[in-house]
Design a protein around this ligand. Structure first.
Ligand code: MN
Length: 392
């Protein structure tokens, strides 16, 4: 017997009750492919519930929000808290973030929200005080699903919410999104992840979703289906969230083929520009580390580098040099960055030892992020060196 994901059923029941009672629902999703597709799936799941509500059949999500990672920070940031101050009461659901927002969720509770966290990132010092927390990384979650991307977790939530009302067409449509985001999040392609990818990519060629159809038309159906789907993923990851809105989300939820062609084209241009910038920064870091061959880690930042490019740059450098890699944008008083490492040289565990002088941090052992005051950068670097020296 497969063990169930902790609290998945409770979350499904609570969401169904909210729809039946016509409660206000707000979704707050991460701004990458995984967070955006999770948001689309949960929203469409709610819209496909067969209940009679004030709007007729099916429920509705009142507000969908995405954080501007570059300017305001990852997760539930200060700007989001300010925006949400007068929006309660509502059922507030986080997707692909939230597990590290212990303080912020306390504030949301005070505002009068009821919070459900759906996340797949590592638990830090404590679990947030939300009404329901779904995260297979919780210690007492004994399911085998620790390998799921957030989209896979949300797909399972959709199954639980819709039950026998989950139509084949809707399921296939969700599998297409689940496949793309599972690949995008670079989680292991095992178990259900393997199934998501196979079935989702198979369904992609017959997609009913105008946003995905636009990519197939622009990039060439044959190309995308024979392996160029990473171009679709890169494009979905190229959107930035401005004023809590996100272009990739607009694309995936738009019913207008013309609008989808415009948005898809725009995202593809942004991807191309991003690739050029990533190459420039990578080369700059390589020039800098040429003199630092003995160092155990790569630790580089610059005011001119955009935070959204730090992750891809760190991935390239990590793959080439096989050292824990910290790449950050240096702001006026604070810096924020992305980390890539191995499962064994767990970057979240490494940063836990530095938590006293980090503003925030979190993620996965192999891929994580941080925010820090500039005056603590040197100390951070030294502590990390110390930590990894003791491990090797
Ligand atoms: Mn994710």
């Amino acid at each position: 017997m497969q063990k169930k994901i902790k609290n998945l059923k409770e979350a499904a029941e609570r969401i169904k009750t909210a729809v039946k009672n016509n409660e206000k629902i707000i979704i707050y999703g991460d701004s990458d492919c995984d967070g955006i597709t999770s948001t689309v799936i949960l929203q469409e799941t709610i819209q496909n519930l067969p209940f009679d509500t004030a709007q007729g059949k099916g429920g509705k999500v009142d507000m969908v929000l995405f954080p501007n990672r570059e300017d305001d920070g990852y997760g539930i940031n200060a700007r989001a808290l300010k925006f949400l101050e007068n929006k309660a009461p509502a059922l507030f659901i986080t997707l692909d973030l939230g597990i590290s927002n212990v303080k912020e969720i306390e504030v949301l509770n005070e505002y009068g929200f009821e919070v459900i966290v759906v996340d797949h990132h590592q638990v830090l010092q404590s679990i947030p005080n939300a009404q329901i927390v779904v995260d297979p990384q919780q210690k007492d979650d004994t399911s085998e699903y620790k390998y799921l991307a957030n989209v896979g977790l949300t797909f399972k939530l959709a199954e639980e919410i819709l039950g026998r009302e989950f139509s084949v067409n809707l399921k296939n449509s969700f599998l297409e999104l689940t496949a793309l985001a599972t690949i995008s999040d670079m989680v292991p392609q095992i178990g259900d992840n393997k199934m998501f990818i196979e079935e989702g990519l198979r369904s992609l060629k017959h997609t009913f979703r105008p946003g995905l159809r636009a990519f197939l038309d622009i990039l060439g159906e044959g190309e995308v289906l024979s392996g160029e789907y990473y171009k679709v993923i890169s494009a979905l990851n190229a959107a930035e969230s401005i004023d809590f809105k996100n272009e990739s989300y607009d694309l995936l939820t738009s019913a207008s083929p013309n609008r989808c062609m415009e948005l898809a084209q725009d995202l593809i241009s942004k991807t191309n520009y991003k690739q050029i910038k990533i190459k420039e920064i990578t080369e700059e870091v390589e020039r800098r580390i040429a003199q630092k061959k003995d160092e155990l880690i790569i630790f580089e930042g610059d005011p001119a580098w955009r935070l959204v490019l730090a992750g891809p740059v760190a991935s390239i450098l990590y793959n080439k040099y096989q050292k824990p890699t910290f790449i950050f944008k240096k702001g006026d008083s604070e810096s924020a960055g992305s980390v890539r490492s191995t499962k064994e040289l767990n970057s979240v565990e490494a940063m836990k030892t530095c938590r006293d002088f980090l503003i925030t941090y979190g993620g996965h052992p192999q891929a994580s992020g941080f925010r820090i005051k500039n005056e603590n950068l040197e100390r951070f670097k030294n502590s990390l060196n110390e930590y990894f020296k003791n491990l090797t």
